[in-house]
Ligand binder design. Sequence first.
Ligand SMILES: [Cu+2]
Length: 377
Amino acid sequence: MSHIEARIRRFPVAFASITVIVLLLISATAYAIGAGDLALGRGGSPSSGDNLAAMNMSATPSVQPAPANLTALPQPAVAPPVGDRGPELVKYDMTAEEVTGMLDSGVAFTYWTFNGTVPGPMLRVREGDTVQITLHNAPNALVAHSIDLHAVSGPGGGATVSQVSPGHTAVFQFLAEHPGVYVYHCATAPAAMHIAMGMYGLIVVEPAGGLPKVDHEYYVMQSEFYLTGARGQAGLQDMSMDKLLDENPDYVVFNGALGALTGANALQAKTGETIRIFFGDAGPDLTSSFHVIGQVMSQVAVEGGSLVNTDVQTTVVPPGGATTIELKPDVPGDYMFVDHAISRVIKGAAGVIHVTGPDNPGVFQTIQPGDAGTGGH
Ligand SMILES: [Cu+2]
């Protein structure tokens, strides 16, 4: 992955000299968002506190020094399989927390999160379960938050009744009627901003009887980050409402940070093992063309529903959409997964599946090697 990071490093710091002009434009834009209620969320309306916070956030200097000794946020765990059981009442306790972590080498960002990770916790229930969500908003939060789960049949996907001010709590429950894999996200206005700050995750609703057993399961979500400074500019960066409205992100990444799923954090498997990836696209704006370089996906749940496609090279996952992907590598190597809108790899949209095992010359072998180091894609 070092070549990607090296390419990102080449983009110079360039925006400082136009900060004042940009701030004026951003402030005006933030005001227009609040006044015009352009929220993408299906529930709730902007509180005055949210609008003020949006304006204040946009009006801060573009890049402050990053706090010392900061690391990337921890990765959320894959929720364990439901197994073969009957319907139950399942309770989840979630907290909206604002947490600062590293988005890229040298680049810090104060994320808005569910439970301190990006993506938020993976929720996993059975078709027919009643799911009770308790949403707290941390007392030191800057703004109100909420949750809209796409698995919900009800107003705002839950967001209408879960708008919580700092220090407050809301509780609601829903019947998980439809099996599949679904995005959840904060839907407090402007929802695009709350998603761009990191407030999203997946809920898996397993069919009766459970999902077939596989060797490895992983939880991956793509999203964009829009910053007031330049990509790679060191410091604590803020979110740019201007770039958000232009749908022109500085970063497109998997699991909240550049390199979150590479190197020591790469997905792992042995040859012949089946990997299942629960993959969601939080957006807020870009459609993912999910592709694993050097692999054909053996199964893809079309649009995350019950229809399964087989032998897929690239699958389209829209913002607010998700899918379940399975693949079975039979040749060892490092397999990069990307958004095949391939310029986004330069913006960080790359992870790695590290596959170990014996060579398999019947499937792949080198006859005469080319020049080393030129790579593929
Ligand atoms: Cu929020």
